[in-house]
Design a protein around this ligand. Sequence first.
Ligand code: HEM
Length: 324
Amino acid sequence: MTNPSFSNTPFTHKSSANPSAFCAQTLVRRWVWKMAIATLLLMAVGSATRVMNAGLACPDWPLCYGQLIPTAQMNLQVFLEWFHRLDASLIGLMAIGLVGLCAWHRESLPTWLPWASLVALFLIVVQGILGGLTVIELLRFDIVTAHLGTALLFFCTLLAIGMALLPYKASGNAGKLPWLGMAAAIFVYGQSIIGGLVGSRWAAHQCFGVADLCNVMNTHIAGVVPPTLAVVALVISVWRRPALNSWLRNLANIAGLLVVLQIALGVATFKFRLQVEPLTVCHQAIGAALLGTLVCFTVLSLRDFFAYRTARQSILLSTAAPVA
Ligand code: HEM
């Protein structure tokens, strides 16, 4: 059951009373979701680019063979690298558009939103610079890994904005779930960075033969334990709270399924010795989807948490007033 007193939180929308604010928030929310989907696609294409050795298929940057569309040189590898840049440019333009939208409608939007849009713009600028450095520095492993880490942060920022703007009636009974969700998200992010190192150092290949980079691969295999335990704890905690909002219940269940799928994909990627490229691409995409699901869960459960705190404070104030 939803308690109507849980409506006034730091995430509270100006939209509940004002139709123009509702339109502005809906517009920004839809814009941000489109950006998030384009970013998930961009990361999958980025993974395909790396695993198909297409990272340097366009030898120059920002153009490809000095052209906007390198028709003469086009093959699968050039297409992957070129499309990756095209999608990235589109997302960059959308990030500028997001800042513009938030500035234009700032009177109708929550005060944190223009700042959050600037954070997103900052991250995509850093991402673009890292993308350029990836080519200039000939796929240096630390730059490739930082490129993945920033992409994931950008993706999480977009999802956090989208979930904070979602029309959502908090039930105020999430308890400590936000912290569990946040811990799981941090573990999955860390595991993804180690996965990025495995990929960019070609550690799995080394590990098939000599044991040179086996420690990186082994860290990734052992690193599966903390995120898996955190997600399992999250799912069990959610099941034990029957009155929880259905959004939170569904997100936790999806996270549970994704972690199982991700481990299966990881094992298959390793077992087939990276020979089946779609498996590696799916491993990257499902990893990002798992992280995104946990971020969505954390933001919504934080909204519950703040709703509960605000409601409790107002009850305390109203009972204290007559005494004073
Ligand atoms: C929560 C669990 C996991 C997450 C979030 C995760 C995430 C990732 C990510 C983000 C990458 C980088 C992909 C890329 O750059 O294209 C990666 C690479 C990799 N992961 Fe995982 N992973 C997980 C579990 C596993 C498991 C259990 C295995 C089993 C051995 C595994 C094996 C691999 C391998 C072999 C690579 C390198 C792929 C390549 O070189 O292209 N992962 N992982």
